[in-house]
Design a protein around this ligand. Structure first.
Ligand code: SAM
Length: 210
């Protein structure tokens, strides 16, 4: 917990661990987003998976297709699970806001639901940094819960959580403003398989670095 007794992203996802994968395994929209991204990747692409969670489905789908994946997650428990589940990917425990990234060093980046515990300024800064880390023409697959919320306390999978996000138009504009052309948008409502879960809106974008 931080000084305000709110869980950090690391402590929240350390506590959730493998339960996250079970709860979200049924997301057809996540799989569809990965398939769309795969269609844009050349063989042996280098992909950065931000907030890589348990490694499934993202890192596993990409490595199964022959791509090289670096997963970054701030939760040591998630990094441990992902390293065991997807041994062909490399996982690092780090905060993406602080991790040095070499310009133009990735062909693609995935950011599936990993911005929600960051401030709006940090979400914007991370997207700008990811734009720089991608080569020109590289792709970004990003998903969020598109709600106009800032620092709202609630529960996620039965645990206290604080969420910050943007409405759909504002989030899409944020991605475009970070130096991307948005190629496709997909909106859906998903109910995680978990006793404490409620239906949540999901927004998936595929974008190309200008
Ligand atoms: C909602 S989970 C999604 C996991 C995975 N992307 C998926 O969709 O299956 C968000 C993940 O992002 C990680 N995360 C949150 N903030 C992060 C940060 N600042 N740096 C790195 N990882 C972060 C969390 O630890 C968690 O594993």
């Amino acid at each position: 917990m931080d000084s305000g007794q709110r869980p950090t992203a690391a402590s929240l996802f350390d506590a959730i661990g493998a339960e996250y994968e079970q709860a979200f395994a049924g997301s057809a929209a996540h799989h569809a987003s990965l398939e769309l991204l795969l269609g844009h990747l050349t063989p042996h692409s280098r992909v950065l998976d931000v907030g890589s969670g348990t490694g499934r489905p993202t890192a596993q789908t990409l490595t199964d297709a022959g791509h090289e994946v670096l997963g970054v997650d701030v939760s040591p428990v998630m990094v441990d699970i992902a390293s065991r589940q997807v041994p062909r990917a490399v996982f690092r425990c780090a905060d993406i806001r602080e991790l040095p990234l070499t310009d133009g060093s990735f062909d693609a980046a995935c950011v599936y639901f990993s911005l929600l515990q960051m401030s709006r300024a940090d979400q914007s800064a991370v997207l700008v940094r990811l734009g720089r880390a991608l080569r020109a023409g590289g792709h970004l697959a990003v998903a969020t819960v598109p709600l106009d919320l800032e620092g709202v306390s609630g529960e996620f999978m039965g645990r206290p959580a604080r969420v910050t996000s943007f409405g759909p138009a504002a989030f899409t504009a944020l991605v475009a403003g970070a130096g991307f052309t948005v190629l496709s948008e997909s909106s859906s409502v998903f109910t995680p398989t978990h006793p404490a879960a409620a239906p949540e809106p999901h927004l998936f974008l595929l974008a190309r670095r200008d």
